[in-house]
Design a protein. Sequence first.
Length: 433
Amino acid sequence: MTPRILLVNPPIYDFAAYDFWLKPYGMLSTAGNLRGKADFKLFDYLDRMHPFAANQRHRESDQWGRGRFYCEQVPNPACLETIPRYFRRFGLPRSIFEDFVAKEGPFDFVFIQTTMTYWYKGVEEVIEDIRKACPQTKIILGGNYVTLCVNHAEKSGADFLVRGANLDPLWKYLGTSPELNQPALWEVYEKLNVGVLKLTEGCPFKCTYCSVPNVYSKFKTRPLKRSLAELELLYQLGIENIAFYDDALLFEAKKVLIPFLNEVVKRDIKVNFHSPNALNARFITSRLAELMVQAGLKTFYLGFESVSTHWQKRTGSKIFPNELAQAVKYLISAGAEPANITAYQILGHPYIDIQQLEASMHFVNSLGIRGMLADFSPIPGTPDGEYCRRWVDMDEPLMHNKTAFPIILLGFDETNRLKDLQRRLNRKLSSNQ
Ligand code: B12
Ligand code: SF4
């Protein structure tokens, strides 16, 4: 008999959350491998196209499909009580899910997407509601929280955990054989405005603050044919904006990104591409910049973190300031809008003493592009995350919260001062443009 599988993307419990092209891509990709072999339903708490969310005021999408989630204030968890910010629950109300499960259930399996480690409260809420409504259903968790905090996730009450990117144990558990070249199950959404693609897996660098080198054994490209089939599927569904979720999209670009973008141009596919997960500017050549702009890349997020060579060398030598400056020149001469080029800089990293953060912000500003402070989230199992055990209990995933950690390290006033400086620099830029 065809199994009935419910896919759930949980609500987020956090100080802040914004729909920055957020989609449960790991879960949708996994479900895509079972296309035609299971009867799927989806409940995405973060779906801003859901009639409830779409009818809320001030929650419209911006020109690239991003926007604010519906949210409700909730009490701060005890361990985050001293953080002077409001804690909230982002996503569709719980009652909508309860009605949905009562109407559509029961299910044989529920897949739950887990994302940031410090978002596990939303996962717990979904497990509780499923257990109440369909006690027989087998609950399966996969994604980043499970991968990075497996001991914690084991206590969540789920029946099966998919850790890392190897899905073989899952196929065994389900008693099925997958079709691995299928695209993600995008058609499970009733209405969709944003899609995601991932052309590669892993990253050749070993930055000391990042979990990617531990999770993916080595960098590899995904089959181009499969990525193009997924692009075609998204295009047929009428998607206008696609975000890349790759960790190292530009690495070995000749093998996958360049042929992919050439096909986009050849097939005259008109979508806006975005790179929220940061591109490594070191690999941007003038020809690649031209091709990216020609194929429709609209927003360019570049991982920079610090102007300090000392800080860069100590954390993995991902990029140096002259490489960022060169890449920005190439992008602007290729026709990218300076206002749509942003460099991320980590705020609240434990080596802030050598990071020269203010100088980094001024350097980025001098290139005529926007800066964005990326609050540091300490990640267990990474050298820098383990170093943070001196400040926070790393075995409690809520303490990986990106809003909380910079405040714990630097204090509320200093964190705000740096954020204000970043805002002022960006404002100065927009008044000059
Ligand atoms: C895309 C991405 C984002 C997106 C948002 C993604 C989202 N939907 O929320 C953006 C760019 C907005 C983002 C932001 C941030 N991110 Co981020 N992000 C990622 C990234 C690259 C992919 C996450 C993802 O969707 N994975 C799912 C898919 C794409 O991965 P996959 O390997 O193909 O999945 C396979 C298996 O794992 C499995 N699987 C995955 N999910 C599921 C689910 C089920 C049910 C099953 C059965 C199987 C399964 O199936 C797949 C098989 O191919 C990861 C790094 C990584 N490579 O995972 C970091 C990562 C999750 N991010 C991280 C960080 C630090 C951040 C930021 C804090 C950075 C910053 N300071 O601004 C912010 C936080 C945002 C916030 N509001 O709090 C950290 C984790 C931090 C933490 N404590 O959890 C990661 C791990 C990167 C790192 N530095 O190590 N991020
Ligand atoms: S380059 Fe990016 S993805 Fe790769 S290890 Fe460094 S931070 Fe992680």
